[in-house]
Design a protein around this ligand. Sequence first.
Ligand SMILES: C[S@@+](CC[C@H](N)C(=O)[O-])C[C@H]1O[C@@H](n2cnc3c(N)ncnc32)[C@H](O)[C@@H]1O
Length: 358
Amino acid sequence: MIEIKKNRTEQARMDFVSGLMGYNSTGIGAAMATYYQNKTKKHKHTPQMQEVKEIMEKSPIYKFGSFFERHNHALMFQTTLDILENRKEEVISWLDSYDEKNTLGSLKLNPNLGIPSYYEKIEIHTQPGNYHGPYGGFLYHWMIGPFLVDRDENDEMGWDLANGIPKGDYKKILDLGCGIGKSTFPYCDLYPDAEVYGLDYAAPMIKYGHKLAESRGKKISFVQNFAEETGFEDNSFDLVTALWLFHEIPKPAMRKVVKEAYRILKPGGVFAIMESPPYKMMNKNYNPLSEFLLNSTAIRMHDPSIMTLMKLHRPDLLSEGGFKDTKDVALPNHLTGYDNEGSYFFGAFPWWMTIGTK
Ligand SMILES: C[S@@+](CC[C@H](N)C(=O)[O-])C[C@H]1O[C@@H](n2cnc3c(N)ncnc32)[C@H](O)[C@@H]1O
């Protein structure tokens, strides 16, 4: 991997914004949870969303926290971009260098692909330039640590899904919306004899992912294409996965991705996605504050499809695309501490796998 030596000022700025990101979850988040608990401790009923909204929107900590979230993200992005821009030539030429002869895996780019129409008008979760901006991979990798309060350092989310999928004789595996490969790596370890593919529309993500995979000794074929139209042959995969893809694409795109997964899977093949649980489940089993905060973050941070996915009955989405035996499965969640000790500020909830068979 490229080694970027930050000067003292750059390091200080990075430390500062990482601290802000962490404080957003652990400090502000905890303060909001305390405020909410105090306001509702005498309630005999579980507050409905309108009530949660009224409680929180009056609270100084929520008002402050909303501004803080938006602005600490912007500062984090800008700080990272400044550091990279100061070394633009070095960084871009590293990213673009590709030595096909001496690599374990491969990188197949498609320079004429374009971008999904739904990313034309927004920058998803306010990321400057979206995933396809030149520094997409760096922004994702540098920010995911502080954003997830260092709870995904060892690709825990990827492992949570990979371990949740029933073990099988998977010989060809595809991870849709693979990003920099964090959700793809576990399959190389779990199924060392399998051919592992990662697909993403954004070249800067898979260019970075390819370098990261090589540096970790993981053999992955990265392919630039749309999850809705992968270009792979019918009946060619045993397992297709998507981690943290569905909440970022609109419903018609979700439907297309499910159909595409069905087309490229062999009969008996498995399709599994992982996201946060639907709001209904959060309300029933977890703190309704989780729903309110996720919803408001989705609006504030330009992640509009979160709200669609969280209302969907996901097994039906898979069944409509042709899959059978579709079901939701609650998985351990290292991020929130669900089933794994510890808890997150707005309620420990599980990861939510939705799985079906062709
Ligand atoms: C939140 S990231 C998740 C990345 C990775 N799965 C992980 O868990 O680290 C979503 C990824 O999906 C990709 N993506 C979004 N829409 C896509 C589409 N229609 N086709 C292919 N990739 C897409 C983005 O470029 C991004 O890398």
